[in-house]
Design a protein around this ligand. Sequence first.
Ligand code: UFG
Length: 344
Amino acid sequence: MAKILVTGGAGYIGSHTVVELQKVGFEVVIVDNLSNSNIEVLSGIEKITGIRPAFENIDCVDYVSMDRMFDKYQNISAIIHFAASKAVGESVEKPLLYYRNNLVSLINLLQLMPIHKINNIVFSSSCTVYGQPDILPVTEDAPIKTALSPYGNTKQICEEIICDTIHTNPCYKSIILRYFNPIGAHPSAEIGELPNGVPNNLLPFVTQTAIGLRKQLNVFGNDYDTPDGSCIRDYIHVVDLAKAHVIAVQRMLNQRTKSDVETFNLGTGRGLSVLEVIETFEKVNGVKVPYRIVDRREGDIEKVWADPTYANEVLGWTAVETVEETLRSAWAWELNLAERAKAE
Ligand code: UFG
């Protein structure tokens, strides 16, 4: 079976994707510098699939080490490139770190692909490229809006770098996947999201508040133009998202792509407000999430949800998990983390 390089494979979406790749028989090589992940994730993956993936602790920004890695693992068929810095607020404080990490990593991979005879790359992009869309649900051909953060800008520039590069070699193929808001954890609760420090994202903050690690959740604004005043997002189960990567890789390897670059939205098509997330989380898990309304967070989009029709029709992919199940899995993972912390 083909060998797939997963950069950032020890991270949140990366680790779930490694599991799904292994489940259908792909051999996986993970490259990760563990800057925002933990080596124990490999044991979690092994518990689920019975296979410990090959792992290299390398920063994708390091061209020479990446070159050596490709020499070591011959015949890689495709790359899934997750490795990137992803905290919106941090990117405002440290823009050069974000431009360097996110752009140089991709440039290195694109430069190394012809040297090591690799034609296929899947790129992790984000719905952040749409900003606040004029029309909802948002389709792939919606205009790209001026980025609100260096992080968002790196995703836009990376997409452009891919489009500018792929056509230079007729064998090259790329699939760009624009994620909406991934949440939840593997149903085994062996892997999940492991935020460093105080979480930026809603779900880890919700679960950490529910378990008592945080006193209160701050809900950023209730005066938006939405039914309950809080922001609306398209929350997608991370396993559904992971499965789309497997389909994307299979599509490239089976030469079914229709153009050198294909771009897909990965979302459920359903928008959920922050207050609805909290209410549903409390209901399905039977726990309380103390929260208060605070000022809006700078840079937040009011409402965005995907039109996933194109991915449905072309990839044959649909997000199947219910939001209830997704929120249950997020809680099961938090409980598992708490058990582990107790055991240490
Ligand atoms: N929120 C809170 N309290 C919190 C955290 C979040 O109310 O403590 C709210 C936010 O204001 C927002 C919603 O929950 O309305 C979701 O916020 P997240 O930070 O979880 O996600 P974002 O939609 O802001 O960001 C996500 C990804 C980014 C990506 C962006 C694109 O994390 O990587 O979507 O819109 F760029």
